[in-house]
Design a protein around this ligand. Structure first.
Ligand code: PLP
Length: 389
């Protein structure tokens, strides 16, 4: 039987990079391999108890069973504004400058629909979270990639962007602390990006999913710590990695009423908001963002990172040293492509690594590890990789 043809926008889509990896993993598992997955950035640690309990209690109230407010509960938006104030010293009006998201991926996927016209350029980091470029294309935008390389600590060289691209660009995605590299941007770079977007009338979408997952002295900044950023930027915040809540689907966007309002217009026509009980639990989470029940997980990720870095040092493999995120970005240690190296390691050892090329062409030659298994298993995984070099 012949099938109805898919629309061009999905026919031309490259297969989701993680789908091939999942398939290879299933095959290795079926072949009897003991799989250790360092592939996907999904916390193995549970959501803190106090958040789970708040959710349990909230679901008992029938008021939470009805359609939620499109923009998010007033008390949730208030808690988000409070968090931005307590953590970064920022002022946001909860009524007009915050909108709840069904996970920040939802906001990232929808924002191009609000600001990008067909033919507009969208500046996307490479390597980068794949949703930036796909969502931009869905909106008819033309993706212009900004290479992230070690010489500029994995921040883009904005001066290298051609004048005609800058003139035709409508949106730029940035993400610090960065997935997949773990890089943290300096305030100087963020200030440069804000000035660039202001000069070229570009909306800067800052994906801040890992702002809390850091264990060094200095806490990673919000884009809004830069003077004038509110004129040009919107920031996506996620509770997923911060509170080990990936399955819950809750986050928020912050920005000027104009920018948040544009995203809100798309959302009211697509979704009907985040489950009230989840928002009520998320309020508890945001109110206690600096509680040890929350921050102790960052220490665990930090210890795993140091352990893994020691092993990479012994293996003489180069990597980006970082104090943030639960990713470790290292050089592919053989002459194979990153995808071939990942495929061979999986087949021979059962260890799942993500090839850097899954995040863009510039990621070729690199590998990403997610530090989302217990330390013992992590050490074992690295020992298995070492036998295959
Ligand atoms: C995990 C992740 C997200 C998505 O987070 P959700 O809030 O769970 O949708 C967004 N951006 C980056 C860079 C991520 O790694």
């Amino acid at each position: 039987m012949s099938h109805l043809e898919y629309a061009d926008r999905i026919k031309t889509l490259a297969p989701y990079p993680f789908a091939a990896i999942d398939k290879a993993r299933e095959k290795a598992k079926a072949a009897g391999q003991d799989i250790i997955s360092l592939g996907i950035g999904d916390p193995d640690l549970p959501t803190p108890d106090f958040i789970v309990r708040a959710m349990q209690k909230a679901t008992e109230d029938p008021a939470t069973h009805r359609y939620p407010d499109y923009a998010g509960r007033a008390d949730f938006r208030e808690a988000a504004a409070q968090f931005l104030h307590a953590r970064f010293g920022l002022q946001f009006d909860p009524d007009s400058e915050i909108v709840a998201l069904i996970g920040s991926k939802e906001g990232i996927a929808h924002i191009p629909l609000a600001f990008v016209n067909p033919g507009d350029f969208v500046l996307c980091p490479d390597p980068g979270y794949p949703v930036y470029s796909v969502a931009s294309r869905f909106a008819g935008g033309i993706v212009h990639t900004m290479p992230l390389l070690p010489d500029l600590n994995f921040t883009p060289n904005l001066e290298a962007i051609a004048d005609d691209v800058a003139a035709g660009a409508k949106m730029m995605f940035l993400n610090y602390p960065n997935n997949p590299t773990g890089a943290v941007a300096t305030r100087e770079f963020l200030a440069e990006a804000v000035a660039y977007c202001k000069a070229n009338k570009i909306l800067l979408v800052h994906d801040c999913a890992y702002s809390e997952m850091a264990f060094g002295q200095a806490k990673p900044p919000s884009i809004f710590e830069i003077d004038g950023a509110k004129d040009v930027a919107i920031e996506m915040h996620s509770l997923s990695k911060t509170f080990n809540m990936t399955g819950w689907r809750i986050g928020f966007a912050a920005g000027s009423a104009h920018h948040v309002g544009g995203l809100g217009k798309i959302k009211t026509n697509v979704d009907s908001g985040a489950f009230d009980a989840i928002q009520i639990a998320a309020i508890e989470a945001l109110n206690r963002y600096d509680d040890p029940a929350v921050t102790d997980s960052y220490k665990i990720y930090g210890r795993r990172r140091r352990r893994c870095e020691e092993i990479l040092d012994k293996m003489l493999i180069k990597y980006l040293k970082s104090d943030a995120t639960f990713y470790l970005w290292f050089k592919t240690p053989t002459t194979e492509s990153s995808a071939d190296f990942a495929a061979r390691i999986l087949q021979k050892t059962g260890v799942v690594l993500t090839p850097g090329s899954a995040f863009g062409d510039v990621g070729e030659g690199w590998m990403r590890i997610a530090l989302t298994v217990p330390e013992q298993r992590l050490v074992e995984a690295m020992e298995r990789v070492a036998t295959e070099l």
